[in-house]
Structures are given as structure tokens and as C-alpha cells.
Design a binder for this molecule. Structure first.
Ligand code: AMP
Ligand code: ZN
Length: 141
């Protein structure tokens, strides 16, 4: 759990692979994405090697999002952003290419021609059953 020798993000955290670091504390590490979607594209990760967001415990998830909150405000100010998309690809099917939990902070500006969360996937699911679906989820807690 602590560190995987084969994990590129663990190697970045340990310093054995260089990165454009923007923030580090005892729990998280953040660097500029080397294939940025927009200028200032930042990736925030817990130092603990865990593959999926859903495998984090509530404390680690909370700490991660507290850091994302802090770092996103600084990135926004630094690059004079008009907005951001903040999110993660969870699982290969969702586009996660590095199996170490990370959150993307993607800077947005007026006229950048980018999309929203709604541009990620569109399977045109049925909307007549939303009450049933909501109930199903409520009953799964
Ligand atoms: P994901 O596709 O959600 O797994 O995100 C992984 C991100 O890490 C991608 O946006 C990559 O461009 C980025 N990335 C991969 N290798 C490096 C690296 N060595 N330094 C910085 N960013 C990287
Ligand atoms: Zn790792």
C-alpha cells in the first residue's frame, strides 16, 4: 500500500522520476500534467499508493479533497482562470491510465472551446425510471 516500485506516480513522489511539482505536504503531492489539456493542468495525488478513489478510506478521501480545494484556488489565482473542471477517471473503462488515485484540475477560460462533464459520455439512458434508480441507490447504503 505504501509505495509500488512499478508505479510511475510513486516514483514521482519519491523523486526517482522528475516532475513539475506545484505542491507537497505529508499526505499529498501535486504536479503539472506533462500532457496538459490546458495551461496549468494539475494532478493531485495521495502519497499512499491506492488504485481507485473508491478504495480510499473516508479520511484519505477527505484529506485528498481538502488538498484539491486548497490547490485549485491557488491554480485559479495563478493562471487567472475563469473556471475549472475538477474530476477523476476512476477505472480503465473511465480512462484511468495510471492506477494510483489522482484528481485532475483542468483550467478553463472563456472561448477555450472545451466541454462539460456532459461531454465525457452519452449513452442516452432511460429517464422514465429515475425514481426507481434513486430508490435503488438509497437502499444500497
Ligand atoms: P489518468 O488518465 O486519469 O490516469 O491521468 C493520468 C495523467 O497523468 C494523464 O493526464 C497524463 O498526461 C499524466 N502523466 C502521465 N505521466 C506523467 C508524468 N511523468 N508527469 C506528469 N504527468 C504525467
Ligand atoms: Zn503509486
Amino acid at each position: 500500500e505504501a509505495m509500488y516500485m512499478e508505479c510511475i506516480f510513486c516514483k514521482i513522489i519519491s523523486g526517482s522520476i522528475p516532475s513539475y511539482k506545484v505542491y507537497e505536504d505529508e499526505l499529498v503531492f501535486a504536479f503539472l500534467d506533462i500532457y496538459p489539456c490546458s495551461e496549468g493542468h494539475t494532478v493531485v495525488l495521495p502519497k499512499k499508493h491506492i488504485e481507485r478513489f473508491t478504495d480510499l478510506d473516508v479520511k484519505d478521501a477527505s484529506d485528498l479533497f481538502a488538498s484539491v480545494h486548497k490547490i485549485s484556488k491557488v491554480v485559479s489565482k495563478t493562471f487567472d482562470l475563469h473556471g475549472m473542471n475538477i474530476g477523476m477517471n476512476v477505472g480503465e473503462v473511465a480512462g484511468q491510465s495510471v492506477p494510483h488515485v489522482h484528481v485532475h484540475i483542468i483550467p478553463r477560460k472563456e472561448g477555450d472551446n472545451g466541454g462539460s462533464m456532459h461531454s465525457i459520455v452519452e449513452t442516452n439512458p432511460d429517464t422514465g425510471n429515475l425514481a426507481d434508480l434513486a430508490k435503488k441507490v438509497r437502499e444500497s447504503f
